[in-house]
Design a protein around this ligand. Structure first.
Ligand SMILES: [Zn+2]
Length: 492
């Protein structure tokens, strides 16, 4: 490691300037991410890599200008210094290169010698991830992070676990099957929505949820209090609502029938309509699930003619069209962008007009309130009777984000709103009964509500077991008790 500077300053002026500036740029980027995320985990890097172009532009817009100016000045300084100090020195290059090459050869040999060829190919991302993670542990900081990204992002490698193929195994918790109990199911999965900013959850600083409030007053919906997600990141959370995956047991996403497959098995026509994406390594866990549906459209999939993009309002025409479908039993998953950063590009002039003195986060909640209302209004006119769940994949630390190791509870607190086909009753009460022993309703129980609607019976003992603990899959991919999240550490 300490030989790197020697090498970098001995490659002649141009060579030194390029090497040093690129290294410095990576260093600044790594420092900024570490600062912003408190702790760089493998998941942080996966998330960065999986960010699509629009999200990246949106997120870069949240970095203050002063940080950009400081970065440009630092890079300029390094470039000038390298130009002045950089000399071509063959001996120094040799001295620096020999140990580097030797270490490289030694590590490659070690990797080759220990590679489990009988079970794993290099193309198997599980092993590749394991090795990348291992290398990162041994070379922390910018070198480890860049190595990790280089190994994981190799384009020709496909994660075979996320290839869509029919499963044959039904989870053992399911003990019976009847005709579907709800003919039309609409599940709206929100994004980065913090319940404590909802008017219907008692927030009175701004009138963020006028539509939901009106429906609540008319008893068309119920608003569940005290709800939290089981993971503060989309990729971990969404699969826990639509499969048997839990924080402790994650392989069930790949080994057993998911909720979409169970719906189809029981005669439902299934639709997944999403302004979210689903192709990159970050989005793949929910992209994978979406593709089990009879009809799938997303901002990055099957949207050539229906106009679906990252804006939530773009899904309305196709939703109206698909809700017109004559199939007797139907399930719709609607996966929206909600309040993902950057907030102001989720907000329309109508939201600003309605809440001129609110911050952009509150305005984005106001926008989602209107999106939910629009979906419900289409459902009412096209489907007639339907049961709807509206919730969010996770909460949000307002103006900061989510998926933070020491981010605390705001990234977990979510809304849970139910409209019952036959007026407020059945599923609101059932959800109340599904609270954990500590009083919280959590996202992993969503699947039990859906299974009941779809006509399945679940072993009551299994559900009791699920209620007896309150575990979450946290930012570092480790399981914690919800009442004992990793506490704030002052890293900087
Ligand atoms: Zn999310």
């Amino acid at each position: 490691m300490s030989l790197l500077p020697l090498l970098f300053f001995s490659c002649g002026r141009i060579g030194s300037m390029c090497l040093n500036t690129v290294f410095m740029a990576l260093l600044i980027l790594d420092f900024y991410i570490a600062h912003d995320c408190q702790l760089i985990t493998d998941g942080t890097l996966d998330a960065i890599m999986g960010t699509n172009r629009h999200e990246a532009a949106s997120m870069l817009g949240t970095v203050p200008w002063s940080a950009y100016i400081a970065a440009v000045l630092a890079l300029g300084l390094v470039a000038v210094l390298s130009w002045r100090l950089g000399r071509w020195n063959r001996r120094a290059v040799m001295i620096a290169m020999v140990p580097l090459v030797l270490t490289g050869v030694y590590n490659s040999w070690k990797l080759y010698a220990n590679w489990p060829f009988h079970t794993a190919k290099w193309t198997d991302i599980v092993y590749r991830r394991y090795i990348a993670s291992d290398l990162r542990d041994h070379a922390p900081g910018v070198v480890g992070d860049v190595t990790y990204l280089a190994i994981i992002s190799t384009k020709w490698v496909k994660d075979r676990r996320f290839v869509v193929r029919a499963h044959t195994v039904t989870d053992r918790q399911v003990i019976g099957r009847h005709a579907g109990r709800v003919r039309n199911i609409v599940f709206i999965m929100g994004e980065s929505s913090l319940a404590s900013r909802y008017g219907v959850y008692g927030y009175d600083n701004q009138n963020t949820t006028p539509n939901l409030q009106e429906m609540k007053d008319r008893k068309q919906i119920c608003v569940l209090a005290k709800v939290h997600t089981n993971a503060p990141m989309t990729r971990y959370s969404v699969p826990m609502s639509f499969s048997f995956q839990t924080p402790e047991i994650r392989e069930t996403l790949f080994n057993e029938k998911n909720i979409i497959e169970m719906a189809r098995d029981n005669g439902y026509k299934t639709f997944w309509i999403a302004s979210q994406d689903g192709k990159g390594p970050y989005a793949r866990p929910f992209g994978y699930l979406s593709e089990y549906s009879d009809y799938t459209t997303r901002q990055d999939y099957n949207n050539e003619t229906n106009g679906v993009n990252w804006k939530d309002e773009s899904i309305m025409p196709v939703l109206a069209d698909k809700m017109h479908d004559p199939a007797p039993y139907k399930m719709y998953v609607v996966h929206i962008m909600g309040s993902h950063r950057k907030y102001d590009d989720k907000v329309t002039p109508r939201d600003v007009q309605a809440l001129p003195n609110a911050d952009t986060y509150d305005q984005s909640i106001h926008h989602t309130d209107s999106i939910v209302q629009q979906i419900m209004s289409i459902a009412t006119s096209e489907l007639g009777d339907y049961t709807m769940i509206y919730t969010s994949d996770h909460g949000e630390i307002v103006n900061v984000g989510h998926g933070y190791q020491y981010g605390g509870y705001d990234q977990y607190i979510i809304p849970m709103i139910i409209h019952d086909a036959n007026g407020v009753g059945t599923y609101c009460n059932m959800a109340e009964q599904m609270r954990n022993h500590d009083g919280y309703y959590t996202s992993i129980m969503n699947k039990y509500l859906l299974l009941d609607m779809l006509g399945y019976d679940v072993d009551p003992a299994a559900m009791d077991a699920a209620r007896s603990r309150d575990h979450v899959l946290h930012a570092d991919s480790k399981v914690y008790n919800y009442n004992n999240l990793p506490t704030e550490k002052n890293l900087w």
